[in-house]
Write a protein that binds this ligand. Structure first.
Ligand SMILES: *[C@@H]1O[C@H](CO)[C@@H](O)[C@H](O)[C@H]1NC(C)=O
Ligand SMILES: *[C@@H]1O[C@H](CO)[C@@H](O)[C@H](O)[C@H]1NC(C)=O
Length: 315
């Protein structure tokens, strides 16, 4: 009797933690119990020697999910007859491939063919957020890896010159509310932008008229100075480029957002109250961000398909 009760309770717990779409929080608990631990360790040891990789890992997950769903299409290498997403100009700020490869190799040694590259990317992004000081959260696992990766699909990524209404539209096509879009933009609390992504804002800098009123004058000079070093010169999004905090939103309030697609969130009366809210209340930003990340990690997830042996090529 007691034994049966235990079984019923265990079954109920397993049912409860099962998420939608065949994904679940404890997907690897039987098949690869060390999976979470191995990935977290790979991420932590890489970020200890290079904290700037955190931004790269989060962007990798975003870029992966926005194109063809979260299926590690971003990791596939180009072949003789196919140019992959990876080789699009949108790849500029993608970094951290080696972290994924390291984790994958250890996982293949422990439990071959079990943990998908798509799940590794999703967990690595989650662990990078936490390492950098952001919220801790669990994500459903069980994604399968995709077999398509085409450079032309990267047009589905939001370009840095988008204004707020264009961003709202593009994110809503992926099922996100305006508030979730603003929260996900807060991923820019980590990392840098390159001059090539914001020089559009400087073109009126030298003329005495028609200067973009949404940029602080001093900050405009800072951006111009950065660009003196060329298209690849880097500008941090906020004052704490390796710390996950709400400083990004404070920068927007000071009219010191780097990209058009950053500052527009403050300019647009529809999104401004959300920016102000996150700037004032970091806990609220963290709460919304983690929920939006979990949602992002479920975009067009493939429940069937392959687990790549090597994240760089299909089996
Ligand atoms: C990004 O794409 C360029 C070509 O546009 C390619 O030369 C470069 O190797 C790619 N970078 C990465 C990190 O894949
Ligand atoms: C945003 O850009 C689109 C396309 O360029 C334009 O039609 C729209 O008016 C812009 N919205 C705002 C608020 O500037």
């Amino acid at each position: 009797m007691r034994f049966e009760m235990t079984i019923i309770v265990v079954v109920m717990m397993v049912v409860m933690v099962r998420y939608c779409d065949g994904l679940s929080m404890n997907y690897y608990i039987m098949s690869c119990p060390m999976a979470e631990f191995i990935i977290k360790n790979s991420v932590n040891s890489a970020l200890r020697s290079d904290p700037t990789l955190a931004a790269g890992l989060i962007r990798m997950h975003f870029h992966d999910c926005f194109i063809e769903g979260c299926d590690a299409s971003i990791l596939l290498d180009s072949t003789d007859d196919n140019t992959a997403e990876k080789d699009s100009p949108a790849n500029l700020s993608l970094r951290g491939y080696k972290v994924i490869d390291d984790a994958k190799q250890q996982l293949e040694n422990q439990c071959p063919g079990v943990v998908s590259c798509a799940d590794i990317v999703a967990m690595a992004a989650r662990d990078a957020v936490f390492f950098a000081g952001g919220p801790v959260y669990d994500i459903p696992k069980g994604r399968k890896d995709g077999t398509r990766s085409k450079i032309e699909d990267t047009r589905n990524l939001p370009p840095p010159i988008f204004n707020s209404s264009e961003l709202i539209k593009m994110f809503s096509q992926k099922g996100f509310t305006t508030q979730e879009m603003v929260a996900l933009s807060g991923g820019h609390t980590l990392g840098v932008a390159r001059c090539s992504s914001f020089k559009n804002r400087l073109k009126n800098f030298d003329s005495t008229h028609d200067v973009d009123p949404s940029i602080d004058t001093q900050f405009m000079k800072t951006l111009a100075k950065t660009c003196n070093a060329g298209d690849n010169a880097e500008q941090p999004f906020d004052r704490s480029r390796n710390t996950f905090d709400n400083a990004y939103y404070n920068a927007l309030q000071r009219q010191s957002g780097v990209l058009t697609s950053d500052q527009t969130l403050m300019t647009d009366p529809q999104t401004r109250p959300i920016v102000n809210g996150y700037a004032m209340n970091q806990a609220m930003f963290f709460f919304d961000f983690q929920r939006a990340m979990i949602k992002m990690g479920l975009i067009d997830v493939k429940e069937t398909g392959q687990v790549r042996q090597n994240c760089h090529k299909i089996n």
